[in-house]
Design a protein around this ligand. Structure first.
Ligand code: URA
Length: 219
């Protein structure tokens, strides 16, 4: 898996990584990351977690309020939705590596609350160094892009979520990327029948992830 450096490359693969650095070194280095300003207000770096031999990497956007405090990805409300849908799709989260495109929580304070704020392209580009390293170290069979920020980090500009949703795309490093929604989208749908429909589509996407991996494992 060769990483290249060029301005048009997707953020996660834009800077070369030395493979031998390994996941634990990456994790330790990411703890003190100051590649962009988001570290200033966040509690801590929220690095990915999961087995080193995971066949699937699930990539979200950035840690939320709960994740920022816990120091673990997808442990808040969106994580609960993700866990339930993975279960319904027959996927075991503990066998997947779960991470985010951006490793620090970006928020705006409102009273006592911290309101999620979408990371900008520059922040995704700076942070995708870690995502690229995680992918390089783990060498999964499949990456699942959960939402538009992850899709941008993995595929670059001009690849739209609505158009590509449910498809398996080829990344520049040769690994397949399955495109789907971010689970927090389901939390924002007010109408229960719409939400149920979208949830079923999400579960179908995750089932597809499972069958892609099975197909890729066949000799
Ligand atoms: N949303 C994300 O994209 N990642 C998390 O870890 C939590 C919420």
């Amino acid at each position: 898996m060769a990483a290249r450096s060029a301005p048009h490359m997707p953020p996660a693969f834009n800077e070369p990584h030395a493979e031998e650095r390994g996941l634990s070194t990456l994790r330790a280095n990411a703890k003190v990351c100051e590649r962009c300003d988001l570290y200033r207000n966040a509690t801590q770096t929220v690095f990915g977690e999961g087995p080193v031999d995971a066949e699937i990497i699930l990539v979200g956007e950035q840690p939320g309020d709960r994740e920022d405090v816990a120091g673990r990805p997808f442990v808040g409300p969106a994580g609960r939705v993700l866990d339930e849908c993975l279960h319904d799709a027959g996927l075991d989260r503990s066998l997947c590596y779960v991470t985010n495109a951006v490793k620090h929580f970006k928020f705006v304070p409102r009273g006592k609350r911290r309101i999620h704020s979408k990371p900008n392209a520059g922040e995704v580009q700076r942070c995708a160094w870690w995502l690229g390293g995680e992918i390089e170290s783990l060498k999964p069979k499949l990456i699942v892009a959960l939402g538009a920020t992850a899709l941008y980090a993995l595929m670059g500009r001009g690849v739209g979520l609505t158009k590509e949703r449910g498809k398996v795309l080829d990344s520049v490093v040769g690994l397949p990327v399955l495109v789907t929604i971010h689970p927090s989208y389901l939390l924002r749908i007010r109408d229960s029948s719409d939400r149920e429909k979208e949830r079923s589509r999400f579960v179908e996407d995750l089932q597809q992830a499972a069958s892609v991996v099975v197909k890729l494992s066949k000799p």
